[in-house]
Design a protein around this ligand. Structure first.
Ligand code: MN
Length: 498
């Protein structure tokens, strides 16, 4: 499910024909070596492809247009080894439509004090050439990532790797299709939004289906297929009967297995990668999809509760950006539920009625069957667990009427102080940066929602770069946030994004 295209990134080195063939041969040799070494690090999540040195207006324009047309190319990384007059880049840049990085590096790490002469200076002048190039990109107001440093530095390579994931998020954003089998919950404001504008800005297709169409797909799942999946659940998860009859419990679990299979087939058949449900609009479904949705999220589907299509698309986006990541700790929809306000132990208990992705779980995962406090259906089966420790980001995309704003909060996830044996849902617990009080105040001032798209594996920088590429406002709540400055950021946003 999480498979995306076999994306590649092009490495384009800029120069000009003033320096003679000998110099240009060295430029090509150096950039080839850099590409080879970068690919060898094992740090980059996608392959880097070397392209012949760009020295003329025609070649630059042609190369950028080839990058546009190549379905596997997710972005171009540019570097000016020598000086490259930037007017040569105008038409190519103007016609280029994919993510752009400016890698401000140079071939040699150290100045060769003993041997340096003017030939060396002319050949190795990215300090000079990259400024000329950077100027034209800024003048043309083109969004790009600038990474500075020597190409052999693992920190620098890590920055390129991180941006590659952002770039794939930018490319894949326009392939996200959200299926709504329920409208937004009545009277709720923050989960609403302009779906036409979301398609213009992010490329998301958000479509509605009658809930009973998907319920029919669920009913069509055979008993044999359902039982096979129930067996898988029983082998994978702990069963917490809590006094319930064993046979009846298993029947409740089977309802979720049938929903998982029916939903997945329906989503696959109709090519959707994210879904929203609503506990108040279940049609012929016997239970609110709980365990079923949790499993689908783990497979890479986006999900938003109560019709929250923005969160569904954001969860899917973050799943794409972290696809195939080594040691990934997980990505999920979450909801700010209740606080601990004891001094020194402040934090937010994150949960939902049911639908938390088990990718964020720490330790054993159990199945419970409990009544829902809302709605009028059978007691749904759900996966219960607590979550990993460590830093993560909580994001909320809101519609302000005239524009979207992405709120990004660095959070520190912690173990619950004590077990909560009576709570029948999965949880996470975090303290927002810079502290509980400033973090929550800033979140509320910014208009952030109670639903969030959360990830341990995506950084605030990546989400901010994605927002910039989409042309929307992003605000950061992190260790540096001060309310006075934050309010000014919001005011500036009002002017800039009007
Ligand atoms: Mn909710």
């Amino acid at each position: 499910m999480l498979q995306t295209k076999n994306y590649k990134f092009w490495f384009c080195t800029g120069s000009q024909d003033l320096y003679g063939d000998e110099c240009l041969a060295k430029v090509a040799q150096h950039s080839k070596q850099i590409v080879e070494e970068l690919n060898k690090t094992g740090i980059l999540p996608y392959e880097l492809v070397w392209k012949p040195t760009l020295i003329t207006n025609e070649l630059i324009r042609k190369t950028f247009n080839e990058a546009n047309a190549d379905e596997e190319c997710a972005g171009v990384i540019t570097w000016m080894h020598t000086f490259s007059p930037a007017k040569s880049w105008i038409l190519g840049l103007q016609e280029y439509r994919k993510p752009l990085m400016h890698f401000h590096t140079q071939f040699n790490e150290e100045i060769p004090y003993d041997s340096i002469d003017m030939d060396f200076m002319n050949e190795n002048q990215s300090a000079h050439g990259d400024r000329e190039y950077g100027h034209i990109v800024s003048r043309m107001r083109i969004e790009r990532k600038v990474v500075v440093g020597h190409w052999s530095d693992p920190v620098v390579v890590g920055k390129i790797a991180s941006w590659m994931r952002t770039a794939v998020g930018i490319m894949e954003s326009s392939h996200i299709r959200v299926m709504r089998v329920a409208d937004n919950m009545r009277n709720v404001a923050v989960t609403e939004g302009d779906k036409v504008e979301a398609q213009i800005k992010f490329g998301w297709e958000v479509d509605a289906y009658p809930v009973n169409e998907i319920a029919e797909a669920v009913a069509a799942v055979s008993e044999a297929d359902t039982n096979t999946l129930v067996e898988e659940y029983y082998s994978k998860y702990d069963i917490l009967l809590e006094g319930r009859d064993e046979g009846e419990f298993r029947k409740h679990v089977a309802v979720q297995a049938q929903i998982e299979l029916g939903f997945e087939r329906f989503l696959e058949e109709k090519n959707y990668q994210a879904i929203v449900t609503h506990f108040g609009d279940l049609g012929a479904l016997k239970q609110l999809p709980g365990l079923a949705i949790q499993r689908l999220m783990e497979k890479g589907y986006g999900f938003g509760a109560e019709g929250d299509w923005k969160v569904a698309a954001m969860v899917r986006l973050m799943k794409i950006m972290t696809a195939g990541m080594k040691d990934a700790k997980g990505t999920s929809m979450l909801e700010d539920y209740t606080y601990n306000l004891v001094k020194g132990k402040e934090g937010i208990l994150e949960a939902h009625m049911l639908e938390i992705c088990p990718s964020i779980a720490d330790g054993p995962i159990s199945i419970k069957c409990q009544p829902l406090s809302m709605g009028d259906r059978e007691d749904p089966a759900r996966l219960v667990f607590t979550s990993k420790e460590g830093s993560g980001i909580a994001t909320s995309l809101i519609d302000l009427g005239n524009r979207f704003r992405l709120i990004i909060n660095d959070v520190d996830c912690k173990k619950n102080e004590k077990a909560m044996p009576k709570l029948p849902v999965a949880t996470n617990f975090w303290t927002p940066q810079p502290d509980m009080y400033t973090g929550a105040e800033a979140w509320i001032l910014a208009g952030g929602a109670h639903h969030t798209a959360f990830s341990y594996d995506v950084t605030a920088e990546q989400m901010g770069d994605w927002a910039a590429a989409m042309g929307i406002e992003a605000v950061y709540i992190d260790k540096d946030t001060k309310i006075r400055d934050f309010k000014r950021d919001l005011m500036l946003g009002e002017v800039f994004y009007r």
